[in-house]
Write a protein that binds this ligand. Sequence first.
Ligand SMILES: Cc1cc2nc3c(=O)[nH]c(=O)nc-3n(C[C@H](O)[C@H](O)[C@H](O)COP(=O)(O)O)c2cc1C
Length: 388
Amino acid sequence: MTNYKFLEPYTFANGATVKNRIVIPPMTEESAMADGTVSRDELHYVSLRAGGVGMFISPVANVTPDGKGFEGELSVADDRFIPGLSKLAHAMKGHGSKAILQIFHAGRMSSSSVLRGTQPVSASAVAAPREGMETPRELTESEIETIIQSFGDATRRAIEAGFDGVEIHGANTYLIQQFFSPNSNQRTDKWGGTVDKRMTFALEIIKAARKAVDDYAKSPFILGYRISPEEVETPGIRLADTLHFIDTLADQPIDYLHISMGNAWRTSLNDPSEQTPTILRIKKQVNGRKPLISVGSIKTPAEAEKVMDAGIEFAAIGREYLCEPNWVEKVEAGLEDTIHYSINRAELDDLGLTPILMTFLEGMQANIPFEGESENKQGIEASPILNE
Ligand SMILES: Cc1cc2nc3c(=O)[nH]c(=O)nc-3n(C[C@H](O)[C@H](O)[C@H](O)COP(=O)(O)O)c2cc1C
């Protein structure tokens, strides 16, 4: 069966058309060079997966050197990275996928070891409530302004490198989320306090990125925003705060909203009485003002179609795309029966999956199925990068 809705094209309000509704979400393979330059391993990995999907979102790239969160992370913090990023964009765009560069600052989710002796920074000097996390240094107002401009500069570099868009990473506990969270943002100036003030950093970043698009893009350039709906800490982000934030985001000059969750259909992490899947609460709030990307444990064509049936514009397929680099092509060719849902360890090189990525996946308890091995039952819910 090839008449799935997810195979239909989509045209954004800015005029950019993507050939179908399947997205590869950002997945770092920790394979960049030590300074953040794109590596051959990374080019190999993306080349194998490009072409089928409508949009291919890159592994995350830091916008400033002190925004680096982990080893093997891409960087877009300087013009010298443009030639490598240009190769990455070219590889991701193979056969017509739109290439989107995800950009971020890790904030307190970094360490002085990753930053080679520099103390991580955040909205406030509050360590992430996780084992072994360091207390960050509170950013000054002028440093905040510099980071905001860095997102604009990164967007300009993405345009020069030939990407079709950027995704601002406002999710997964990194700096933009840290400014929105009452846990990590305890400031009393214009960047903190009320929920509206805690949105300011994100909104200024959108403004800076939009200005770069308006100034430099010569064809319709896609500007996306990724958000995590909730945190489990107290204090922490609750769904009501997020719905308020989403209401504001839906009126911003962005082209899509990407809702980061480990399971696309999960309900609230904090309120057991809330029975409606969070994605549907968000969809109702957005009320058609922006297209949504839903992500989290979507593997089969039927599961992707269920997202379409709910009126959600895009379905992102992450870990399953590690197992099956030709997922869309196989659906289009009527070869669904041949889609791989597990990884054969003997074929890691053919799949472009490096030993570093394998170790990373184990560390995050990513619950990847390997042929002939029982699944890791601790599963995805244990991992904040996948869940929050
Ligand atoms: C290996 C790996 C790396 C990831 N890296 C990123 C990243 O760079 N940026 C990001 O926003 N999310 C990242 N994620 C989260 C994914 O984008 C996605 O939200 C998550 O894997 C859930 O989707 P799935 O169930 O289809 O895998 C990563 C996930 C995995 C498994």
